[in-house]
Structure formats: C-alpha cells, structure tokens
Design a protein around this ligand. Structure first.
Ligand code: EPZ
Length: 433
C-alpha cells in the first residue's frame, strides 16, 4: 500500500488540465451494455474505479479494450446477466449495471452494494424505479435478482430523504429507454453526470426530453445502437484543485473545465473573498488580497454545493480565522476527515450534521489516515498548507477518483512523494489497528 509524504507551506502556481469525470464515466460504461454494437468512450479518466468497471464488463462477456490512456472500446455482442461478487463488492457504482442488464436481457443478478464509510446508502429508490417499470425484484442472499418480463412505461417519483438519487436516476433512465411506452422521472437527479448520460443515450438512439431538469420524459424504443461519446470534465476534481490553490494562497489556472457545472461552488469561493476569473472552459484563482471570510455552506444535491467537495471545504475553513459552519445534507454523517484534520491542529466540532470550525492560523504536518476518496483529498490539501511533513496513509482511496494526483500537484510546485508504506518512519507510524 502506498503513502504520500507531503512537505507543506508551498503556494501552488501554474496550469492544470482537468480530467474526465469518474462519476460520469462509470454509468456511461454501464450504458454501453444497452446495445450489442460497439461504443467508443473518450476522455475517460485513468482511475482504479474505471479499471474495476472494465473488469466487470469483461466478466459479463463484453469485448473491452483500451485504445489509449483515456479512450476505451466496448463491444458487448453477447453478455451475461450475472455480475461477480468479487468485483462488484469493490465498487458501489456497479449498481448502475441493474438498469442496462434488465433493459437488454430482461434479467439481472447483481450483488447488493455493501456498507460505506461516508454514510447510509440504501438502494430503495433503485428498486422502486425497477418495480415501477414492471420488473420483479427480489433481494436474496445478498443479491438483487430482477426479472423484466412485463416492462411498461410509467411515472415515477425519485426524490428521497436526502434529495434525488444520482445512480438511482441513471438506473431508471437506462431501463426506461428500452421499455415500451412513456416514462416520466419526477424529482430525478439533474447532476451534470446524468445530463451526460442522457446525451450518450440519445446518440445511441434513445428518446429523452427534459435534460438538466428534475423531470425527464423517455419514450421507450425497441433497439439502441453503439456510439462514440466524450466524457464531460470532472467538476469535483476541478473544485479540489481550486481549493488547493485557495488553501496554499497560490495562483492556478484550470484548463478543460466545464465552468457552468461549478456555479454554486464558485459563488461560495467568491463570497468568502477569493478572486476568480472565469471563461467557459477555464478558471483562474488568485492569491487572496485580503483575509478570507469564514465559510457558511450546505452540501446539497446539484445545483447545490457538492457533497464530494464538503471535506475539502472543511480543510480550507480550518485555516480561515473566525467561525465557519459546514452542513452536510446528502450524507449527514460524512465527517470521517474531521478527526484526521484535528490531528493536524484543526479546531472542529460536529453538531448533528454540521461541522463547526474555529479557524486557526496554522496546521501542522502529522501522520494521518485516509478513510475514503474525498476525505483523502481533504487531508492532502491540509498537508499542502501545513507546516512540516504530513504522511497520508491508505491513498488507494485517492487513486479511485484522482488521475495522477501527485504528478499534477508537483507540476504546480507542490512537494508530494508517493512511497511504499514501508517507508513510513517508525516515529510517525500510526497504530493501524
Ligand atoms: C453518487 O453516488 C456519486 N457516485 C457520489 O460520489 C456522490 O457523493 C453522490 O452521488 C451524491 O452526489 C457516483 O456517481 C458513482 P445517491 P450515489 O444515490 O448515486 C440516498 C464520490 O466521492 N439514497 O445520489 O450512490 C443516499 O443514502 C462518490 O465520487 C436513498 O435514500 O448517491 C444519499 O443520502 C461518493 N435511497 C442520497 O440519497 C437510494 O436508493 C444521495 O445518494 C439511493 C440513495
């Protein structure tokens, strides 16, 4: 297992290219199964989660190959309806296979996604969508077994306790496109990743209206073709680099970003005193000319502040004098990063689903442990700003969602070394039990 050694207190400078979006690419890979024809996906990020999905598609029988680092060719001529537990358990997003397999084969057997450190993540809305379109769903021995003998279009409300479900909407969409009749998804997710999925499905021959809204109308068709599709840029990766610039008081230019996907987040940065210049596909952040203001933010479904940037925003707030309040409405207990930031000297208390942060002038390097993808990004940002050395363990979490993170950061002037865990100095090794 690799670790990161970070030497902090270096303002970042320069230009970084934003990669394709992980959370857009994963459902797009699944959607390729809707046709027996060839699909080409471009601008796919080079991540372990993508490799997992490719492995699962290959296990299902699809011919899948990598044309170059960021381009994949998928030919699912004949596929099976049963996905292997060993692979599915590694990645929750494989739940996205349910919709396309039932749509194409009228049958699917996918192991239930397991627990997740970021919070309670049921699939009741996925099941509701499948059943509302006429599928029979059975949850037995840890497997979701679905039969789609009498599928029929229907109107489905997809709002849940914490807003609409993103991959739940993806599953409903991917089933509805090959289900006879009209389907209306009310209160569905409208994340840019869902709009990207709609655009690819239309390229394959699907009939969808209402893209970008909380109401999608789908007219089922009998067959879909393959297509060529370019994955949208990763708005969460982009937001993470902007926060890296802010926390190190640096000057960074993001290229290849879709600025319109970051609206509420950019407003938040500007509201606390950060100076940005914005073009359609470029954002530049400048060192703050004045002290930043404390942050008041609420993580919400799109177009709200993304929950996948909440941890990184907490890292920045830890260094802004005054009292910041960051509330999490999507995963109310998503605060695994807090005890690790406290190890670095942050003053944070958790009150129900809010982090109350009293900013300090300085964080200190320390050995810390990553618990999940976005928590690991937050710890690295804190390490970039901290005095001395920070050692981040379990960075395999990071490799799931950030393409060549340390290379991109080091090109911006950071000092981040990827080392084998054996290099962790005894004096700093954390009790891993
Ligand atoms: C997607 O997860 C993303 N993952 C997550 O990103 C992201 O945090 C999340 O959306 C919210 O934006 C991918 O796209 C692969 P949800 P998803 O179903 O679709 C509740 C990252 O770091 N809910 O929209 O699984 C659920 O408990 C990852 O890249 C139900 O109640 O999230 C949560 O509170 C982490 N019933 C809320 O909805 C359901 O059936 C949002 O979950 C489904 C969800």
């Amino acid at each position: 297992m690799d670790i990161f050694q970070i030497s902090g207190e270096k303002p970042l400078h320069g230009t970084v290219q934003v990669s394709g979006s992980k959370n857009a690419a994963l459902p797009l890979f699944a959607a390729s199964l809707l046709s027996d024809q060839e699909t080409i996906l471009e601008n796919v990020p080079d991540l372990s989660d993508i490799n997992f999905m490719a492995e699962i598609l290959s296990e299902l029988g699809a011919e899948i190959s990598r044309i170059d680092n960021n381009t994949w060719k998928i030919k699912p001529t004949s596929i099976s309806f049963r996905a292997p537990y060993e692979l599915v358990r590694k990645m929750r997003a494989s739940v996205c296979l349910l919709g396309p397999l039932v749509a194409r084969l009228r049958r699917a057997e996918i192991p239930m996604p397991g627990g997740c450190v970021i919070g309670h993540r049921p699939i009741d809305l996925h099941v509701k969508a499948l059943q509302s379109l006429g599928a029979e769903v059975e949850l037995s021995n840890g497997v979701v077994k679905v039969l789609g003998r009498k599928l029929r279009g229907n109107t489905i409300f997809l709002g849940g306790r914490h807003g609409s479900a993103v991959t739940g909407t993806a599953n409903a969409l991917m089933l509805a496109v090959l289900t006879p009749g009209k389907t209306i998804l009310e209160g569905c997710a409208c994340e840019p990743e869902i709009s990207d999925l709609c655009k690819m499905l239309i390229r394959m021959g699907a009939q969808i209206v209402g893209i970008g809204s909380h109401r999608l109308t789908i007219e089922g068709v009998s067959k879909l073709d393959g297509c060529k599709h370019k994955v949208i840029p990763d708005r969460i990766e982009a937001g993470t680099y902007l926060l890296a610039g802010a926390i190190t008081k640096g000057e960074i230019t993001l290229e290849g970003v879709e600025t319109s996907h970051l609206g509420s987040f950019l407003n938040l940065l500007e509201s606390i005193g950060i100076h940005l210049t914005k073009k359609e596909n470029q954002i530049k952040i400048y060192p703050p000319s004045d002290r930043l203001k404390p942050i008041e933010a609420v993580a919400l479904p799109y177009p709200g502040i993304p929950t996948d940037l909440q941890a990184q925003i907490c890292a920045l707030a830890s260094l802004i004098p005054g009292l910041s309040v960051i509330t999490e409405r999507v995963y109310p207990s998503r605060f695994m990063h807090v005890p690790e930031l406290q190890r670095m000297g942050a003053h944070i208390s958790i009150e129900s689903s809010s982090a109350i942060i009293r900013g300090t002038n300085q964080l200190n390097g320390a050995p810390v442990m990553a618990s999940d993808l976005r928590a690991s990004a937050a710890l690295i940002l804190a390490g970039l700003a901290a005095k001395g050395e920070t050692w981040v363990q379990r960075i395999y979490h990071l490799d799931r969602g950030y393409e060549t993170f340390e290379n991109k950061l080091n090109k911006l002037g950071a000092e981040v070394k990827r080392l084998p865990e054996s290099e962790l100095p005894n004096s700093v090794s954390i009790n891993n039990n």
